[in-house]
Design a protein around this ligand. Structure first.
Ligand code: ATP
Length: 361
């Protein structure tokens, strides 16, 4: 039987609620399928760990994770710790340390969901936002001097390398090639940011020649936000820098119904290191502990993880189960207009998985 070793890091806030729900769903899937199984190991890293040990994960955390096939991650963030400490203590070191440069975030209005865009459905809004995940604005280069003095200086340097840009372009073109519409939109701000973003423009044009079957267009990041709202049907796959795609993918998730639905994959395409899968939302402390967090973003994230692990049939069955639950509209979490708890939504998806069965009936 195929065995997949999964490192589970629920971390903070509602991550501790939605990730166990995701593990449950994955277990039901593997039981129903019968040809593969999971070995889950949960790590108690995150803000609680920081309060006890003064760091978000152990110093040898990456060495521990390296042995797994994938990482199933919740969210980081705690009101008592500055966000830059939590983020740079756990999530970013994993993305950068494991060279997970290919971040992608599908966004689609699922059946039965009414998003904020009037009259729009999944036929109109069906995108993948591809995010460069290891450099750019979040490369961590910079510093602060003369702290507290009037002449204090802080520099946050965006670093774009030819290698880094070329590989994210190839990754994005590779995803766009597999989509029915085969359209890739390059999003930059190359009118104002005339060094790094112009490099993006140039390399995009170069790599496009390797993928003649993919249609391309280009937009500035400010303009693409209006296109996402007003003409969602004209977009398919978007590729953008670390910061720009971070923002656009939250917008994409909100436009598809809620931040609680969106999934994320952080991929090391060469498979030298494990890839990491996480819902798009953060720790959401306002609803933590209430049992009402929407687990669907985590379940869709599990679909991406299954695809990466080569379990395409199980991935398709899980996606089908999610869509059947949203289409029926009877068991929806609060952020999607229902009143079901995390547990009730999880039960409903598990019931659908069992009904669908291994052959995807
Ligand atoms: P972080 O700082 O870790 O990014 P945050 O609380 O600032 O977290 P998000 O968690 O991304 O931001 O979400 C913003 C708001 O959207 C939350 O406060 C919550 O009300 C809502 N939300 C996000 N995810 C979910 C979810 N899975 N289910 C229900 N509501 C959600």
């Amino acid at each position: 039987m195929r065995t997949h070793k999964i490192a589970v890091i629920p971390a903070d806030g509602i991550g501790k609620e939605v990730i166990p729900a995701g593990v449950r769903v994955l277990q039901v899937l593997s039981e129903c399928d019968g040809t593969f199984r999971f070995r889950f190991k949960t790590f108690p890293w995150g803000s609680d760990y920081y309060h006890k040990h003064g760091r978000m994960m152990p110093a040898d955390g990456l060495d521990t994770l390296r042995r797994f096939d994938a990482i199933f991650f919740g969210a980081v963030g705690h009101p008592s710790i500055p966000d830059h400490i939590t983020l740079w203590g756990l999530r970013i070191p994993i993305c950068q340390g494991f060279d997970q440069y290919g971040n992608y975030r599908p966004a689609r209005i699922l059946p039965g969901i009414t998003g904020p865009l009037r009259g729009r459905t999944g036929k109109d809004l069906d995108w993948i936002v591809v995010r460069e995940n290891t450099e750019g604005e979040y490369s961590g280069v910079g510093g602060r001097v003369h702290r507290g003095l009037p002449g204090e200086v802080a520099m946050e340097v965006s670093v774009f390398t030819r290698d880094g840009v070329e590989r994210i372009m190839r990754f994005a073109f590779g995803l766009a090639r597999k989509r029915p519409r085969r359209l890739l939109t390059l999003v930059t701000k190359s009118n104002a940011q005339r060094h790094g973003m112009v490099l993006w423009d140039e390399i995009f044009a170069e790599v496009a020649r390797e993928f003649p079957e993919v249609k391309t267009d280009r937009m500035l990041v400010d303009a693409v936000t209006t296109r996402m709202v007003l003409k969602p049907e004209t977009l398919d796959v978007l590729v953008a820098s670390n910061l720009h795609a971070d923002i656009l993918s939250d917008l994409a998730a909100a436009l598809s119904g809620s931040l609680g639905i969106g999934p994320t994959a952080n991929i090391n395409p060469e498979r030298t290191y494990p890839s990491m899968f996480e819902p798009i939302h953060g720790s959401a402390f306002d609803i933590m502990g209430k049992g009402i967090a929407n687990p669907l973003g985590t379940f869709w994230t599990a679909v991406l993880m299954l695809e990466h692990l080569g379990e395409e049939a199980a991935a398709a069955n899980l996606m089908k189960a999610i869509e059947q639950v949203t289409a029926a509209g009877k068991v929806l979490p609060r952020d999607l207009g229902g009143n079901a708890s995390t547990e009730q939504v999880t039960d409903a998806v598990c019931a659908k998985i069992r009904k669908i069965g291994p052959k995807g009936r």
